[in-house]
Structure formats: structure tokens, C-alpha cells
Design a protein around this ligand. Structure first.
Ligand code: SAM
Ligand code: SF4
Length: 517
């Protein structure tokens, strides 16, 4: 069966578009009666380039004085799709909105601005967004003053922007992942102009510090780096997120210190490939292991990180993690496939054997470590034997859980051009087999905790039963137990009574008991 890529070429037929004006600020075009102001648009070719230009770190006030009351009396909603990176970008955008005086609402009918912060990693994520844009059309027709915006990874795709211009001309604002800090200006332009405003930078800009963030709960995300230079052949992220840029350690450390001061209990360091942290520094030799060692001295109870690429996971990092303390014993280590041949075609730059050797070293150094992973099934041309190699690797490592995906061709990536003779029914059947195995392993590892005492950070009430609290162990396992709401935000020791496949039932024990996980 051929690749199931959609034919986007029809979205590039701009023969009915009229250029109204063009100058150094951008061009105004008209398509089907709608005026569009394109300040800059995405280009796969430019997104792919990796230049040597130096990345500057700017400490800016993102909301100009004159826009600080712009949102007074107005309400906004951001709908977020995709990974933690997007969730965190949403926190930044919430911070910007609220610095402009906007208030959050859960009710679409009273919103003055609705933003969709989108994900481009798989086609079904994109389909959801286009479906949602269709749903929002009637609201926009009822309330023409509503500002409807699309941002995030999908906006970085040429084909998506082309499709919005052609088919969803009622959208007012399109911007990308590199110019979030420009939100106040872009919002103002969209409000006061009648045209759709499009500003997508194909090249990552500088690192902007000092952006306001609106965080909730007791766990916080902290970006340590942006972008990705790995170019795995199936993946769109290096195009949508630009080249790898690390934040300066002093800025990361200051942010974590401040979060500790504010009483946050757990932080998760974010990057597409956190192990590449610091590789881009030209003025110092300071890598991810050094950052973890420095952060471990800060008085914050738990520090996690995601995502690790196996290729850059060095011995120094293993040694630092083995010291424990606030560095938890959970590592998310995406393997993608257990077949060296498929890994080669994915351009992952490690083999089955080297991955297993890394796992062996990690397990030897960090007793009780929990490993989780990401796996793609049905990569173009994956044979039954190659899939079985994935199954056997999953068994051998004994992952506690895994995010599993059917390969989704992404326009512009090398894998989308590869010959794919694996029928979709076979891919689906492989995914089911893999998920059954992951469930079996997860149940087994939870079962091993029966009767033991674990430390849980209580996050809130269980969704299904308000009398039950839920939280996570250091190893990121979900635990439910009965207790008073005053415990939310604190650490509680509980005894595992009834392990399930995806969560654990437990009962509280007296605090003096030592925790094991
Ligand atoms: N940077 C991370 C890494 O290298 O592991 C992953 C980032 S990506 C947002 C999350 C996961 O999505 C990947 O680990 C991969 O399993 C999956 N993924 C990425 N591109 C995909 C595609 N084209 N089809 C299916 N799954 C994909
Ligand atoms: Fe995508 Fe590979 Fe980069 Fe992860 S490391 S974001 S899978 S290109």
C-alpha cells in the first residue's frame, strides 16, 4: 500500500489570490473576498537549514506599556494539543494574555479570543484541529468580533498555512512557535485590522527570557532548551521547532530557585532532547549532567526531565542521576524500534545493542529505576521479524509503560518518501499486540509493589471519585487512596493494597515509615 499522505498540493493553488500591496513589512493579498496580511510565512526549506548564526539571549518586557490594559473586560481561551512543550507554551501565552488584562473563561460563547495551540506530530492530531476549526466557524459567524487564532507546530507547516488561507479564511490570526513573545502585538493587529494576520518565522529567533508564565498546581515545567537537530526521518519537530538552542544555566537555575521559593513541589525540565543540553554553548563546557548536578542542590523535592535521546545519554549523567536525592528514578527513554535496521532507516543513530547496553548501565547504577518509552509501529517497510525484535526488546527491558504510535507520514520528512508496503490492518494488529505486552509488563511491575510503602505527591481528587485522592510516586506511577483534601500538595506515604494495570490502589500509613519508590 502506498503512503497515506494527503495531497496538499491543492492548497497551494493561489491562482485566485490577488496581491493588493507589498513592502518591507509584508504583503497584503486577497483570497475569496478575505484580505490577508502575511508578515512572514513558513518554508520547509528554510526550516531545515541549520546556520551557524549565534543565538542571542534577550531579557525583554514582552507586553509594551500601551498594551497592558488592552484586554481589560475581555476573555480568552487557549485549547492545547500535543506534548508538554505545547502545554508549557500555553502557560507562557496565558501569562501574556493576563499581563494585557485579559481573563480566562471556560465558556466559548463569552470568549473574545480563542487560540488553538496545535500539534503536528501525527496526522490525527492535525485532523482534530481542522475538525475544531470547522466547529468554531458557526461561532465566528454568530460573533464576527471573536478573534480566532491558530498557533503552535501546525502553523509552522507550509501545507497547513496554505490550507487555512484557502479553506478557513474566517481565522483571524496565525503565528508559529518561534514568535510567541509577539502575541500582544499580533493580537492588537488582528483586532484593529480587518484582515487575517499571518506571522510565522521559519527561522528560530533569539531566546527570550522574562516572559510571564501562568502556572497552576504544585508541579511546574521548565524549558531548558528549544528545538531539535536530530532529524529522525519520520519526525516533523526539527522543522516546526527549529535548531537546538539551550537556555543559559544561570537562567534555568534562577527559575528553578524561584519555583522552589514559591513552594512548587516538583519540576519537569523540558526539551525535545534534553541530553543535548549545552552542546551549542561556545563559551563554556557545561552539559546536561552539570545542570542536573547544580539543580540537585536546590531545595525542591522532585526533579524530572523529558525527553532523553538515547544517543546523548552519557556516563556522567548516569553517575549524577545515581546520586538520587531530588533527582527521581524515572527515565523516559524513547527507543522507537527494537530493530537495528529500522533504527538506521529512522536515523536514530543507535543500535538495538547499544540501547540495551545503555539500559544495562542505567539499571546497574540506579536501583529500582523505572524506564518508559515511545515506540512507532509500522514504519515504512517494517517486516514481521523487525516488529518481533521490538516486542523482544520491550520484554527484555521491561518498560513500565510506553506511548505507542502507528507511523504517520509527515509531508516534507524523508520517511514520507519511503516505499511502504505494510498494510494498515497489519500496522493496527501490531499496535494491539504491542499494547497488550506493555499492559502485561505494567501490571507485573505494579504487582511487585503490593504491600510496599511508597511516597506520593498528592495532586488532587480522583476524577472518578471525589472521596479518593490521586498522586504520583517518584517513579511517576499513578496512585489512588482515601484521604482528606488538606493533603493535596503534600507528600504522603501509602501502602500499596491493590495494584491495577495503569494505576495503583493504596492506603495511607503513618509518616515515619520509610518509602521505597
Ligand atoms: N524528542 C522526543 C524523542 O526523540 O524521543 C520525541 C518527540 S515526539 C513529539 C514524541 C513521539 O512521537 C516520538 O518519540 C515518536 O514516538 C512519536 N512520533 C514522532 N513522529 C511520528 C510520526 N511521524 N508517526 C508516528 N509517531 C511519531
Ligand atoms: Fe523528533 Fe527525533 Fe528530534 Fe525527537 S529527536 S524531536 S523524534 S527528530
Amino acid at each position: 500500500m502506498a503512503n497515506e499522505t494527503k495531497d496538499y498540493s491543492r492548497y497551494f493553488d493561489f491562482s485566485d489570490a490577488k496581491i493588493i500591496s507589498e513592502d518591507e513589512h509584508g504583503k497584503r493579498i486577497r483570497i475569496g473576498g478575505r484580505e490577508i496580511f502575511i508578515m512572514s510565512e513558513p518554508s520547509y526549506r528554510r526550516e531545515k537549514q541549520r546556520g551557524k548564526e549565534e543565538i542571542k539571549v534577550l531579557y525583554e518586557e514582552a507586553v509594551p506599556e500601551e498594551l497592558r490594559t488592552f484586554g481589560k473586560g475581555k476573555k480568552y481561551i487557549i485549547q492545547t494539543y500535543g506534548c508538554q512543550m505545547n502545554e508549557h507554551d500555553t502557560e507562557v501565552m496565558k501569562g501574556l494574555f493576563e499581563h494585557m488584562g485579559f481573563e480566562w473563561t471556560d465558556d466559548r460563547r463569552e470568549a473574545d479570543v480563542i487560540l488553538l495551540n496545535t500539534c503536528a506530530v501525527r496526522e490525527n492530531a492535525e485532523d482534530k484541529v481542522f475538525g475544531e476549526l470547522g466547529n468554531l466557524k458557526s461561532l465566528k459567524l454568530e460573533k464576527p468580533e471573536l478573534i480566532l487564532g491558530v498557533c503552535g507546530c501546525m502553523s509552522q507547516e507550509e501545507s497547513v498555512v496554505g490550507r487555512i488561507l484557502q479553506k478557513h479564511a474566517y481565522v483571524d490570526l496565525v503565528f508559529g512557535t518561534h514568535n510567541i513573545h509577539r502575541l500582544p502585538i499580533l493580537l492588537r493587529d488582528a483586532y484593529f485590522g480587518k484582515e487575517m494576520v499571518v506571522e510565522v518565522w521559519s527561522k528560530e529567533g533569539d531566546i527570550i527570557e522574562n516572559l510571564p508564565k501562568k502556572r497552576e498546581g504544585m508541579r511546574a515545567w521548565v524549558n531548558i532548551m528549544y528545538g531539535c537537530d536530530k532529524f529522525c526521518t519520520y519526525c516533523i519537530v526539527p522543522y516546526t521547532r527549529g535548531k537546538e538552542r539551550s537556555r543559559l544555566p544561570e537562567d534555568v537555575i534562577a527559575e528553578v530557585r524561584e519555583l522552589a521559593r514559591q513552594g512548587y513541589r516538583e519540576i519537569t525540565l523540558l526539551g525535545q532532547n534534553v541530553n543535548a543540553y549545552g552542546k551549542d554553548f561556545t563559551d563554556r563546557d557545561y552539559r546536561f549532567a552539570d545542570l542536573m548536578a547544580d539543580l540537585s542542590k536546590i531545595d525542591i523535592p522532585r526533579i524530572r526531565f523529558t525527553t532523553s535521546h538515547p544517543r546523548d545519554f552519557d556516563d556522567k549523567l548516569i553517575e549524577v542521576l545515581s546520586r538520587g536525592g531530588n533527582l527521581v528514578e524515572h527515565i523516559h527513554l524513547p527507543v522507537q524500534s527494537g530493530s537495528t535496521e529500522i533504527l538506521k532507516r529512522m536515523s536514530r543513530k543507535y543500535t538495538r545493542e547499544s540501547y540495551l547496553e545503555l539500559v544495562r548501565k542505567i539499571k546497574a547504577a540506579i536501583p529500582g529505576v523505572v524506564l518508559t518509552t515511545d515506540i512507532i509501529v509500522g514504519f515504512p517497510g517494517e517486516t514481521e521479524e523487525q516488529f518481533e525484535e521490538t516486542m523482544s526488546l520491550v520484554r527484555e527491558v521491561g518498560f513500565d509503560s510506553a506511548y505507542t504510535f502507528i507511523y504517520s507520514p509527515r509531508a516534507g520528512t524523508p520517511a514520507a518518501e519511503m516505499e511502504d508496503n505494510v498494510p494498515m490492518e497489519v500496522k493496527k494488529e501490531r499496535l494491539i499486540r504491542l499494547n497488550d505486552l506493555v499492559a502485561e509488563l505494567s501490571k507485573r511491575s505494579n504487582e511487585a509493589l503490593r504491600g510496599r510503602v511508597v511516597e506520593v505527591l498528592v495532586e488532587g481528587r480522583s476524577k472518578s471519585n471525589p472521596n479518593v485522592l490521586s498522586g504520583r510516586t517518584r517513579t511517576n506511577k499513578l496512585v489512588h487512596f482515601e484521604g482528606p483534601p488538606e493533603w493535596i500538595g503534600s507528600f504522603v506515604h501509602v501502602r500499596v493494597t491493590d495494584p491495577q494495570t495503569w494505576y495503583i490502589k493504596a492506603e495511607p500509613v503513618r509518616q515515619e515509615t520509610g518509602a521505597v519508590s
